[in-house]
Design a binder for this molecule. Structure first.
Ligand SMILES: *Cc1c(COP(=O)(O)O)cnc(C)c1O
Length: 398
């Protein structure tokens, strides 16, 4: 049996008729740009995330770009972020002529390390004055330590933009009036950015994205940036772009959003099953395989919150990772490395002063991590096969 990393057929099957009817309705309506279907999805995603406003855009990348443009990030500015993320997080910074200031990740969560962030901000006041935004990434479907990140960022007055592309619906504990409240990704910083790329937990039938935020004035400014900076139309006080979301994507995403919580739940069940299978396999005892840690699980359980992790990816650390990857691919098990090259090592930064910099935790993660299939419809038999194949690889020895 082949086990793909992701199989969207099973998700599509029960929704196919409804999706085709909704897409047909959009086509027959002849409203192909924006309109009520996009506005409906914006309200739904904002409400789902606990944010006041939603602004549909063409991709997660455009969400980040439009937010940074609205903040006014430009040449000479710095944006503090992690070197262990998808390229788009940094690509948007560079496209605006600004530069990333990297802070290494926490080795357990793979997310921005708030202690190192605090050190970096304190290290050089002149440099800190140039930081126009902080972008924590909620990697693999688990929120960064937003309580600490927000506290430090607020102290410095630097806006936080959440790259929540992999974490729609994931929650983390936030202190509020002496209590702890569980808040969802995207609702915590100045703005949150979602991606509806098909492999994300909420994926369209093509590209799509959304920005959510709490501030009405910021939402209005993002909406102007989304349409070339024209407000009113053909009057351009600022330069924006065409960052709009299609109503065809919006209707598909509205249909899927109703199922998102149950898909998250199935992914968590699959994660629990992997944990049991790996424990039984003996692979954990000699550190051949290290399982991902759901850092908020215990606290969430005590608080009755289910959304401590949405497992967009289930990422293990594996000894002899590259050999294991080749072995599994040959055995028909779909796996992937997110991400093999930390951003500070990317060629497009050559000559910009990043060559001597080192971020050891990110660099180590890049050599050890391996994402296993975790999609909601994955069967128990398929998971057994994944773990059996990994055990078979290590059983052959060096
Ligand atoms: C997917 C992703 C993006 C970009 O989203 P697109 O919709 O593909 O443009 C940005 N950041 C992270 C962390 C992502 O995983």
């Amino acid at each position: 049996m082949r086990v793909p990393l992701l199989d969207l057929h099973e998700q599509l099957k029960p929704l196919r008729e409804e999706i085709i009817a909704a897409v047909t309705e959009v086509i027959d309506s002849t409203t192909y740009i924006m309109g009520p279907k996009v506005e409906q999805l914006e309200r739904e995603v904002a409400s789902y995330s606990g944010a006041a406003h939603g602004i549909g855009v063409a991709s997660g990348t455009d969400a980040l770009l439009a937010v940074l443009m609205t903040i006014g990030v430009g040449p000479g500015d710095l944006v503090l972020t992690t070197p262990y993320t998808f390229f788009a997080t940094m690509g948007c910074v560079l496209r605006l002529g600004a530069r990333p200031l990297f802070v290494d990740i926490d080795p357990i969560s793979y997310n921005l390390d708030p202690g190192l962030m605090e050190e970096a901000l304190a290290a050089d006041p002149d440099r800190t004055a140039r930081i126009k935004a902080i972008i924590p990434v909620h990697l693999y479907g688990q929120c960064a330590d937003m309580a600490r990140i927000m506290a430090v960022a607020d102290r410095y007055g630097i806006p936080v933009v959440e790259d929540a592309a992999q974490a729609i619906g994931a929650a983390c504990p936030m202190p509020e009036n002496g209590q702890v409240v569980w808040r969802r990704a995207g609702s915590l910083g100045l703005a949150g950015c979602f991606s509806f790329f098909p492999s994300k937990n909420l994926g369209g039938v093509g590209d799509g994205g959304m920005i959510v935020c709490q501030d009405a004035d910021f939402a209005e400014r993002v909406k102007i940036i989304r349409v070339h900076g024209g407000a009113p139309r053909y009057h351009h006080g600022v330069v924006g772009g065409n960052f709009r979301l299609d109503p065809i994507q919006a209707v598909v995403l509205s249909i899927k959003l109703a199922h998102l919580d149950s898909w998250h739940h199935q992914r968590r069940e699959n994660a629990a099953r992997y944990r049991r299978l790996f424990r039984e396999s003996g692979l954990l005892e000699n550190d051949l395989v290290t399982l991902p840690v759901a850092v908020y699980e215990a606290a969430a359980g005590a608080a009755g919150c289910r959304d401590y992790h949405i497992y967009n990816q289930f990422v293990i650390r594996a000894s002899r990772r590259d050999e294991l990857r080749t072995y599994l691919q040959a055995a028909g098990v779909g796996v992937e490395v997110y991400y093999p090259i930390p951003l500070h090592r990317q060629k497009c930064l050559a000559g910009l002063g990043y060559d001597e910099l080192t971020y050891p935790t990110s660099e180590q993660a890049a050599t050890q991590t391996l994402a296993l299939p975790i999609y909601p419809e994955l069967t128990a038999a398929a998971q057994e096969q994944v773990v059996a194949s990994i055990a078979a690889f290590y059983a052959q020895g060096e």
